[in-house]
Design a protein. Structure first.
Length: 453
């Protein structure tokens, strides 16, 4: 059986004034990914490759966000906002391309799950013409109500047009729909704006399809799936739901978390089974953690790769390009940026490693710093295998320390150190026998004289 072709129309022409933002609503992030990109990702997960994106004025950024997750995108501009059906018809050219299935989703419902889209499409495959995704919200106010008869969906009544009896219905329109491609355009073209808002309502397609003898059903999906974001409060609530789902997925996939509610993932975080995440860890985008790694509390990662059985934190900060090899150790108050830390290397305390390569089994002492930036350019520090860098040393890049070399504590290293060498880069210590006694006597006398004044 050849798979059914499918086009998803994403409606994202809304302005989102209630966000009180200069950024279009659908570009606000959840788990570091724009809302609309979450929608596109779910669509992609349902095996749908083609997307028709309906944007308002200045939709370039919205388009870019969608293209960051799917490649086959056609953009349609809806210049006037005349309702959801009007918005869908802005994508007329794409819809006319004879797809088996047409999905209509909203760009501001980031928690839609692939499973719900699959469920709707399977109804189309069974021969249904119009599938409406319904849900039962705790409070139905504001939603269109689903009016059913004998398992068929007869109509969707927008709240403003609903009678008192209809308002009592708890089964509501989530807004998302699936339409048989063959008949979609003909049905959509019959929608008028004859209602309380003078808008072209997509929901009217239900009555029109029924009048045309088509089959229309509502499926019930979980309320999370259709949460729309209108305010920053709803944005935070959606983020919380997303995080809860992700934590659960992670734990079921073998990741240990003692206090999952304190760990915050990014949309693309990868953690292998048997990694351990202690409380209070924050992931920015682009982080992967291999099996057996232990991440101690209060760590913050972004664009970093953590190898198998590595040990990181507490209070570690890994910035983009940090690449920790297996069994390496990065301890408390250590920052690593654009640097490879070799197998079994240790960077245990109070250190900055930036633009560097740290060889296997090297040991970087407390407070050692790579001085990678001269105010204009970044420079590389190379540290060989088995090197020992004494505490509180500054490695002024570009500089390289050969294998098995030893740098004395407190050194400022400005020149390359060959393999097996010992480098001191500090003033020689002087000791004056008995001088502390003289010094104290002098200071005490001065203090006495001052009091007498
Ligand atoms: C819609 C449904 C309602 C459902 C609710 C679920 C209709 C007529 N009503 O109402 O039954 O219960 O969603 O949340 O469909 N949009 C455009 N261009 C337009 C109008 C809307 O792109 O001209 C986009 C919006 O940006 C938004 C989506 O379509 O992403 C839904 O529009 P909105 O005005 O929020 O519909 P609701 O009134 O919430
Ligand atoms: Ca809405």
């Amino acid at each position: 059986m050849t798979p059914r072709s499918c086009l998803t129309v994403i409606l994202a022409a809304g302005e989102g004034t209630r966000m009180k933002s200069s950024l279009p609503k659908v570009l606000h992030n959840i788990a570091g990914l724009p809302i609309v990109a979450h929608v596109a990702k779910a669509v992609h997960g349902a095996g749908v490759r083609d997307i028709a994106l309906v944007v308002g004025k200045g939709g370039n950024q919205v388009e870019a966000a969608v293209r960051s997750v799917v490649s086959s995108v056609t953009v349609h501009e809806q210049t006037e906002r005349l309702g959801t059906a009007h918005a869908v018809l802005a994508a007329r050219e794409s819809i006319a391309r004879e797809y088996d299935d047409i999905l209509v989703v909203f760009g501001d419902t980031p928690l839609i799950e692939t499973a719900a889209l699959d469920q709707a499409r399977s109804k189309l495959a069974d021969g249904v013409d119009v599938v409406v995704m319904g849900f039962r919200p705790a409070v139905p106010n504001g939603y269109g109500r689903l009016i059913e008869q004998d398992g068929r969906l007869i109509a969707i009544r927008e709240e403003k047009d609903a009678s008192e009896a209809e308002k009592k219905i708890g089964f509501c329109n989530g807004g998302l729909m699936a339409l048989r491609g063959q008949t979609a355009l003909a049905l959509l073209d019959k929608i008028t704006n004859d209602n309380a808002n003078n808008e072209f309502y997509l929901t009217d397609v239900v009555e029109i399809a029924n009048a045309d003898g088509k089959s229309v059903v509502a499926i019930e999906i979980s309320p999370d799936n259709v949460i729309g974001i209108n305010t920053r409060v709803e944005l935070a609530e959606a983020e919380a739901i997303w995080q809860t789902r992700k934590r659960r997925d992670m734990m079921l996939a073998g990741v240990t978390m003692q206090a999952p509610e304190t760990v915050f993932f990014a949309h693309d975080t990868l953690v292998e089974a048997d990694a351990i995440l202690e409380p209070n860890i924050i992931f920015g985008p682009g982080v992967s953690i291999a099996s057996g790694a232990v991440i101690h509390a209060f760590s913050y990662f972004e664009g970093a790769k953590i190898g198998a059985n590595a040990n990181v934190g507490p209070f570690a900060r890994l910035r983009p390009g940090a690449d920790l090899a297996a069994k390496s150790k990065v301890g408390n108050f250590v920052e690593v940026k654009n640097a490879k830390v070799g197998v079994g290397a240790k960077v245990n305390h109070l250190t900055y490693i930036g633009d560097a390569i740290v060889g296997p089994a090297a040991n970087i002492g407390a407070g050692a710093i790579t001085c990678n930036y001269d105010g204009y350019n970044k420079h590389l520090t190379e540290i060989g295998a088995n090197v020992f860098i004494g505490s509180n040393s500054s490695l002024v890049a570009p500089v390289s320390i050969g294998d098995n070399a030893y740098v004395a504590s407190g050194s400022v290293i400005t020149a390359n150190v060959p393999a097996d060498a010992l480098a001191f880069g500090r003033a020689r210590q002087e000791v004056k026998e008995g001088r502390a006694v003289q010094l104290r006597a002098r200071y005490a006398a001065q203090k006495l004289a001052k009091k007498a004044d």
